[in-house]
Design a protein. Structure first.
Ligand SMILES: [Zn+2]
Ligand SMILES: [Zn+2]
Length: 187
C-alpha cells in the first residue's frame, strides 16, 4: 500500500504545542474567573504544570463562591479580583519546589500576562522566557520588570483578558471566562 501523503498536516510549533497543553491544564482550575493553566518547560520538555485553585485542602471557588477583593489602582480606579486561589504560574513554580525540580533557564507558558506578584516569582525562580497567549489589564508592571530583569516576554496576541465584575461600572463588559489566578498541583 502506498504511503499516504502527509503534506496537508500542519505540525504545531513548540510554542503552539505547549500553549495548547496550557489550555488543557487550565481545565482543572477551580475558579471560574479564568481557569488559567501554566506549563514550565526546559529543553522542549515539560518540567512542571499548574492551574488556578485554592491551597490544597481548602474549599474551592466552584464549591463556595469567589473571595472578591477590591483594589485601588495607582490611577485611582478600582479593580476587583478573586483572591481565594493561587495563580497558575504560582502553582507551577510551587509544584517544582515540592518535587525538587530546578527551574533555572526554563520557559513558562501561561494564558495571560502574569500578574505583578507572579512576575516577581518568575524572575527569582530563574525562568528566562515567558510566553502568554493574551494580555492582562493589570500587566503593565509585569512587562516593565520583565524587561528590566532581562526576561524574554512573548505575547502571542494583543487580545485583552476581561471577566465579570472586574471593576467600576464603567469598565469592561463581562465575558465568560477570564482572569488569571493561580492553580494547584494535580494531586
Ligand atoms: Zn474565585
Ligand atoms: Zn499571578
Amino acid at each position: 500500500m502506498p504511503e499516504q501523503k502527509k503534506e496537508d498536516y500542519c505540525r504545531p510549533s513548540w510554542d503552539d504545542y505547549f500553549m495548547e497543553i496550557v489550555s488543557v491544564v487550565g481545565k482543572r482550575g477551580t475558579c471560574g474567573r479564568g481557569r488559567s493553566g501554566c506549563v514550565i518547560t526546559k529543553d522542549k520538555r515539560i518540567i512542571s504544570t499548574g492551574y488556578v485553585g485554592s491551597p490544597i485542602g481548602l474549599p474551592h471557588c466552584d464549591e463556595v463562591g469567589h473571595e472578591m477583593h477590591t483594589v485601588i489602582k495607582a490611577d485611582g480606579k478600582e479593580s476587583r479580583h478573586c483572591i481565594r486561589t493561587s495563580h497558575a504560574e504560582e502553582n507551577a513554580i510551587i509544584q517544582a519546589a515540592r518535587f525538587g525540580v530546578k527551574l533555572t533557564g526554563s520557559t513558562l507558558y501561561c494564558k495571560m500576562t502574569p500578574c505583578y506578584t507572579c512576575a516577581k516569582m518568575i524572575i527569582n525562580a530563574g525562568i528566562v522566557r515567558v510566553v502568554a497567549s493574551q494580555d492582562y489589564h493589570g500587566g503593565a508592571r509585569t512587562k516593565e520588570i520583565f524587561a528590566a530583569a532581562g526576561i524574554q516576554f512573548n505575547l502571542l496576541s494583543d487580545k485583552m483578558t476581561t471577566y465579570a465584575d472586574m471593576g467600576p461600572k464603567e469598565s469592561v463588559p463581562a465575558p465568560e471566562e477570564p482572569e488569571l489566578i493561580g492553580l494547584e498541583p494535580p494531586f
